[in-house]
Design a protein. Structure first.
Lengths: 121, 452
């Protein structure tokens, strides 16, 4: 799978990238802010897009809304967030495809993404 | 100077002086009135006596009686004339006697007429002064209370009303430009007091806000780097970076375990801080207790098996408790995992619920560990007071579990405690104040009770 990961914390992106590439064999493209993420998502073809909620320039929810509005064939969007209030989670699920709470376990990340995608089909 | 004390003193002095003056004048007038009336009465008597003398030679006792009146006649002119008359009688000159006699009688008549007018005048004066005195007294007795009411009682009442308002969080405490007297001082003191209280309250609110901010920042800022550390360590240990030698693997394992402990510690500290700062609202509802205990024991089953400890749940009446299920679950999990941790191999942990004679619901967790010394029984509920030498290294504690459990149970309005006999085991128990028998089960339970 080709994965786009938008995450502003470089450490977390490295861990997620290693986890997804080495453990699950996905290809991961990492961007560090919202605008960049939107541009990348619209130009390149990915199988799934992982968005951190709190990012500079554009937050995850705004990126997701813009992407859904502008893309001809939008791919599933999964939110990664430390926000754990029910209202936030409901919003993530309404707008995107799924939600993975932070901190995530790198050993289980690929499995969590799979579960989210299964929920759609 | 317009102090109430001064005004009070001034009014009282004025009142006293007026009353005293009036009383003095009245008394004097009455004295004159009484003397004048006496003179008038005496004048009638003397005239009758003198008239009775006629122009004959008087008897000796008659003259002696007249002598007795002589000294009392006022003014002196009458006394002199009376003396001359008596002298004339003593001398016995008829012509002289006759003349003195008629002059004296004429004068007495004149005196009587004048004195009667005088008496009328004095009587009027007396009435006038009596009226004035009554008026002053009336003004005093009505005016002073009125003054007190206006200057003292009314402002005090208004102040106390404002104080009550202040107590009820209605800040009507501002007085418009307090007057410069004692009450005014009291009002401005109250104003400053109220302002200080309000500014202190605002300070407290700021502090409270700072505490909340600290909590959210701390939880985010502490967890983020720990997430990276933990993630890196578990990836390294998973072997994605290649094989490593045994020593490196051991060191990695130590680092990972300690990171886990740090994460638990931070979670516990933040939990406790939130509970203590009332930032963790309970979402209470009626939930079956039975199910809660079952779920809790199931989740700890693996741990118990590893520790070779059996978990036993005593049959319990169907009870619903009004509680935050997650939080009570947290409390029970803490108590049961502690019990497992301190149980010897092959030991038994018993969970039971009990409703006592006072209709108090108690949940108990008993173990067969070595017990807790009486002097430690209070200490273990305090922060970071952990019993050392656990029999079992499987459950890793932070020393905050019981402190959190106590805070949570107390937030529910219950209490948590322990009874223990060293060497025989401990029983931790907590109460929940709001509970009921599950719907439809109540009669059944009553019947069971009756049968028992």
């Amino acid at each position: 799978m080709k994965v786009l990961l938008a995450e502003d914390d470089p450490n977390i992106s490295i861990i997620a990238k290693i986890s997804l590439e080495k453990l699950a064999g996905h290809t991961v493209t990492v961007v560090a802010d919202g605008e960049h993420a939107l541009r990348e998502a619209l130009t390149e073809q990915f199988d799934v897009i992982l968005l951190d909620e709190m990012m500079p320039k554009m937050n995850g929810v705004r990126v997701c809304k813009a992407y859904k509005a502008q893309s001809a064939n939008p791919k599933p969007v999964i939110f990664l967030s430390a926000k754990s209030q029910e209202s936030d989670i409901r919003e993530f699920i309404e707008i995107g495809t799924g939600f993975i709470p932070k901190p995530f376990d790198p050993m289980k990340l690929a499995k969590q993404i799979e579960d989210c995608l299964k929920g759609v089909r | 100077m317009t102090s109430i004390r001064f005004r009070m003193f001034f009014l009282l002095s004025l009142f006293t002086a007026t009353t005293l003056t009036l009383a003095y004048v009245s008394y004097n007038t009455f004295h004159v009135f009484r003397n004048t009336r006496r003179q008038l009465e005496m004048s009638y008597v003397v005239r009758d006596e003198v008239a009775a003398l006629n122009q004959q030679k008087p008897f000796a006792d008659q003259l002696r009686r007249l002598q007795g009146y002589r000294a009392k006649l006022m003014p002196p002119r009458r006394m002199e004339e009376f003396s001359s008359l008596i002298q004339a009688y003593n001398e016995g000159h008829q012509a002289n006697i006759h003349q003195r006699h008629s002059v004296f009688l004429k004068n007495e008549v004149e005196f009587q007429r004048f004195t009667r007018e005088q008496l009328n005048y004095l009587e009027n004066r007396l009435l006038y002064f009596a009226g004035l005195t009554m008026l002053t007294l009336a003004i005093g007795f009505i005016g002073l209370p009125l003054f007190l009411q206006r200057a003292v009682i009314k402002p005090i009442k208004s102040l106390s009303r404002k104080m009550v308002d202040f107590l009820n969080d209605r800040y009507t405490y501002q007085f418009n430009v307090p007057s410069m007297d004692e009450i005014g001082q009291m009002q401005s003191t109250f104003n400053s007091l109220a302002q200080r209280v309000i500014s202190n309250m605002e300070q407290l609110k700021t502090l409270d806000q700072a505490k909340s901010d600290f909590l959210s920042i701390a939880s985010h800022e502490l967890r983020t780097p720990l997430t990276s550390i933990k993630g890196s360590l578990s990836l390294m240990r998973s072997g994605v970076v290649g094989e490593m030698n045994e020593m490196a693997a051991n060191l990695l394992s130590i680092a990972e375990n300690e990171t886990d402990r740090l994460i638990r510690l931070i979670n516990d500290i933040l939990d406790l801080a939130k509970i203590e700062a009332r930032k963790l609202p309970l979402t209470q509802d009626w939930n079956p207790l039975n199910q809660l205990v079952t779920v809790c024991l199931q989740s700890l089953n693996g741990l118990a098996q590893q520790a070779h400890v059996s978990l036993v749940m005593e049959a319990m009446p169907p009870i619903d408790a009004y509680m935050d299920e997650d939080r009570i679950q947290q409390v029970l999990t803490n108590l049961v995992s502690n019990a497992i941790k301190f149980s010897p191999q092959g030991g038994r942990v018993l969970v039971r619920c009990e409703v006592d004679d006072d209709s108090k619901l108690t949940v108990e967790v008993s173990d067969q560990g070595r017990g807790i010394d009486p002097q430690d029984q209070e200490a273990i509920f305090q922060k970071f007071r952990q019993a050392t030498n656990a029999n079992n290294p499987l459950v890793k504690g932070t020393g905050l579990g019981l402190a959190i459990a106590r805070a949570l149970v107390e937030q529910h309005g219950g209490e948590i405690n322990v009874r223990s006999t060293p060497g025989e085991g401990s029983t931790f128990y907590f109460t929940l104040p709001e509970w009921r028998y599950s719907t439809g089960q109540e009669e059944l339970v009553e019947k069971e009770r009756a049968a028992a």
